[in-house]
Write a protein that binds this ligand. Sequence first.
Ligand code: F0G
Length: 475
Amino acid sequence: MAKTPAAARDAAALAPFPTRRSWAEPWKVKVVEPLRMTTRKAREKANIDAGFNTFLLRSADVYIDLLTDSGTSAMSDGQWAGMMLGDEAYAGSRNFYNLEATIQKYYGYTYVVPTHQGRGAENLISQILVKPGMYVPGNMYFTTTRLHQELAGGTFVDVIVKEAHDPAADLPFKGNVDLDAFAALIRKVGAKKIPYITIGATVNMAGGQPISMANIKAVHALAKTHGIKVILDATRAVENAWFIQQREPGYARKSVATILREFCGYSDGCTMSGKKDALVNIGGWLAVNDRDVYEEASNLVVVYEGLHTYGGMAGRDMEAMARGIVESVQDDHMRARIGQVQYLGQKLIDWGVPIVRPVGGHAVYLDAKAFYPQLTQDQFPAQTLAAELYEDSGVRAMERGVVSAGRDAKTGKHRYPKLELVRLTIPRRVYTQAHMDVTAESVLAVWQQRARVRGLTMVYEPKYLRFFQARFERL
Ligand code: F0G
């Protein structure tokens, strides 16, 4: 059939969007959860009661909760239906075998040990592979991952590319490993003292930035020549696969699922928090290809989590996670998920608000140092900014700066990270475009009032992972 000029025009307009024209969601809403709107006066009091730490706010006092994307996503009707098929046998639940088969299919590892969440898996792998005096390189630290490596007697060494520490460096793969830095560490301490390298994908503390296929391939090759393992933190690896599809030459026509499988193939195992990509409220796993490591892990898990066929999860939770994994690797899902994050980020960029560039996969990160040049890092700019945002609108965000970085294990001094950020983390399938607009408008209001802001002082500091429970007062 010959095309009319109008039809030809329509076809041309649609050409860049072969399957759909916007990032709109491939789902509709069936159940809603009411939110409470609060007054500024009530939020001022809540801030004081919570010691200016958003982790200590009650969720009932929060309007739009962007604290984390961890365990906060909405499950599908298919996942909820799966919950009714929970086989709550103590041993050998059929849901475990379904989860195991799903992980083998989509991630490609041979052996799976379920855990209650990601840090359970980090504990197992650190205890098995890290011995006192060893070094564990990685593409930037993650709080719980590094702590488990340290508790096992290891020292974490950051080998991420240096651009990752620069919020303004607009590069496609800011999560990449600096191969020279990795090689230099091997030369300095010797390969025998490096049990594995941790690869975060995407890199949470760098702003949700991805690592390229070419880079993980090169990391794997270098590690192999020295007998060093590659352990992936696969928490947001599906989001990472989407960025590879969008940005890396040769991958535009491959599905997210295909890319994920290839990506994991350049590692020897992974730790996983199922609370992110896998669209569940709780759960995680360790997966490995090495039989000996598996045997140790499946024994150790009995001590810390539960039997190796449930590892801290109910049968129904394993079923929901198996189904969530299948949903998470659908291209349409990822396009909408990351599309929403990009929408929020682009709005702030257009308004001139300083954020980490480019916008990452699971969150938009505000550059608190650029908000408050009048504050030193000892006055906790990011902690301050998160408190200001909550007070303005009831939007809850998270500090990712000097408080999160904690103290140096040897000197006991504050670690001063280059990045002093506030993370607006977007749960999956939970908030609407209008919620993103409200959030952006509140960030803009706080940005416009930045000059009058004074910082905070820390009045209580817990020993481990202080950002969760530390308390502050206004200066
Ligand atoms: N690795 C990464 C990259 C993470 O982001 C997290 C958790 C973990 C490991 C630990 O997993 O919480 O299931 O034990 N991140 C959450 C966050 C807490 O808010 O970013 P977990």
